[in-house]
Design a protein around this ligand. Structure first.
Ligand SMILES: [Zn+2]
Length: 311
């Protein structure tokens, strides 16, 4: 039996570079400085670090890490790929503390790695979801505000999260200051194709949020109605249950400032789950499609008190 964890690119630095290069440069190396693809040579000296190329057009060296979330990190690429694999394959998320222990790095490094991987998981495609014959369920939930997660100080306020789940498809989640028609309208207009069947509970914010979809059907939860033929919101509620078990059970506390990245992580995994035919290794490879152009610095992540707030 061959374990996915024995793949060479998770253990060998040269293999890790070859793996990432094949994904990011399907037609061969591209110079990140001048975008040149000709006159590029691989540097293979004994003391040369793995994956180093030189562009003879602009005379500059580069690796595939440049211009990606991997840039300016001292963590070897094969270790990055291990973190990506763990995060892409754990349904409810992978604790920062476990990454720190597995890598024997500082909590600060583990916390930062996690956030950069989450950044890579952010959906690149922003075309509307749904379409003719497709069904999207929408609902809202509140995250945070649990006294048990707070040793001292005031209990942080709950944050409203709205998710759009396409049946047999992906999910997109958003934080909103308040669940109002005004806040939901632009999200629905941008992310839901107008030919979609749209399903919600009886809350009328969605009906006031616009009629950009073919039909809106509601189930009346207050009258104890949960399913009427194929009109239900169980899919989005199922997603919320995974999200909450992850946020409260794995990450314990997610601050409002970082919640959008955690939502990206849960959206990503759910949208590429095994039911839609994506296995763990493929899901990890899909993360690589999002690493480009997302060079995060510790400052832009807003790093402060990492160990205390994100165990
Ligand atoms: Zn160049």
């Amino acid at each position: 039996m061959k374990s996915a964890l024995s793949d060479l690119h998770l253990h060998n630095e040269e293999a890790a570079f070859a793996h990432v290069e094949a994904r990011l440069w399907p037609n061969g190396p591209v110079c990140p400085h001048c975008k040149g693809t000709e006159r590029i040579g691989k540097l293979n000296g004994k003391t040369t670090r793995a994956g180093l190329y030189k562009c003879y057009t602009c005379k500059k060296p580069f690796t595939v890490r440049m211009g990606t979330v991997f840039e300016s990190s001292h963590v070897p690429l094969h270790i990055w790929l291990q973190v990506i694999y763990l995060m892409a394959s754990s349904k409810k998320g992978h604790p920062t503390r476990q990454i720190q222990r597995a890598l024997e790095c500082s909590m600060k490094t583990a916390w930062f790695l996690g956030h950069r991987v989450r950044e890579a998981m952010k959906a690149l495609k922003v075309e509307p979801m749904g379409g003719e014959g497709e069904t999207i369920e929408a609902d809202e939930t509140w995250i945070g505000g649990k006294a048990a997660n707070r040793a001292f100080g005031p209990i942080p306020p709950k944050v409203a999260v709205v998710s759009l789940v396409q049946r047999n498809g992906g999910v997109r989640s958003f934080t909103v200051p308040r669940v109002t028609a005004t806040n939901l309208a632009p999200i629905i207009a941008r992310h839901v194709n107008a030919d979609t069947r749209f399903m919600t509970d009886e809350s009328n914010v969605y009906s006031h949020a616009g009629t950009w979809y073919a039909s809106q059907e509601t189930v009346n939860h207050s009258a104890k109605e949960y399913v009427r033929d194929d009109v239900f919101t169980n899919t989005v509620e199922g997603f919320f249950s995974i999200l909450k078990r992850g946020v409260y059970g794995v990450y314990f506390h997610v601050s409002e400032a970082h919640l959008h990245r955690f939502l990206a992580e849960f959206d990503f995994r759910y949208s590429h789950h095994s039911k839609v035919g994506v296995d763990d290794a493929e899901r990890a490879a899909l993360v690589l499609d999002g690493v480009k152009g997302k060079r995060l610095t510790y400052r832009t992540v807003g790093g402060k008190r990492p160990a205390a707030t994100s165990p």
